[in-house]
Design a binder for this molecule. Structure first.
Ligand code: FES
Ligand code: FES
Length: 167
């Protein structure tokens, strides 16, 4: 007996994408497998590390916890949808300028999360950035430089406030 397949249609990085998938496949496995978008990383596969962060309808989400079949009509954006090697997204450039990575495994998720964080309009100070990026773990411990990068991005967009921490 063949496993049931479901037809789903959504946008991925601005392109209409039609797939026929098993109902249990996660968006993470769909992206990294059939769609060959391996920029999105699998860390824990249990919603605890943030390595798989992508934007769905503008909101950041751990896509290892999202069944792809539930996303009919959604607008999905992965790290491949931000900037190009010749024209980086300003957040990517800020990460580069601040050496905000070591092995780089967490970096796509960190950048997607940071872009969404700015769009949420809830983080203006260093302490707020630290708190609201706490779902994205970095085993290399590049946290200070990651916060520096996001803080610089906010400053360059006139959206930063000091929090009295002296940083
Ligand atoms: S791989 Fe999704 S949160 Fe860790
Ligand atoms: S740069 Fe290595 S896990 Fe974050």
């Amino acid at each position: 007996m063949h496993a049931p397949k479901c037809a789903v249609s959504f946008m991925v990085n601005g392109q209409t994408t039609n797939v026929e998938i098993a109902p249990w496949i996660t968006l993470l496995d769909l992206l990294r497998g059939p769609l060959e978008l391996t920029g999105t990383k699998k860390g824990c596969d249990h919603g605890q590390c943030g390595a798989c962060t992508v934007l769905i309808d503008g909101e950041r989400i751990n896509c290892c916890l999202k069944l792809a079949v539930s996303l009919d009509g959604a607008d999905i954006r992965t790290i491949e949808g931000f900037g190009t090697p010749d024209a980086l997204h300003p957040m990517q450039q800020a990460f580069l300028d601040h050496d905000a990575f070591q092995c780089g495994y967490c970096t796509p998720g960190q950048i997607c999360s940071a872009i969404s964080l700015v769009n949420e309009g809830r983080a203006y100070s260093r302490a707020e950035i630290r708190e609201l990026m706490s779902g994205n773990l970095c085993r290399c411990g590049a946290y200070t430089n990651i916060i520096d990068a996001i803080e610089t991005f906010l400053q360059s967009n006139g959206r930063h406030k000091t929090d009295g921490s002296g940083r």
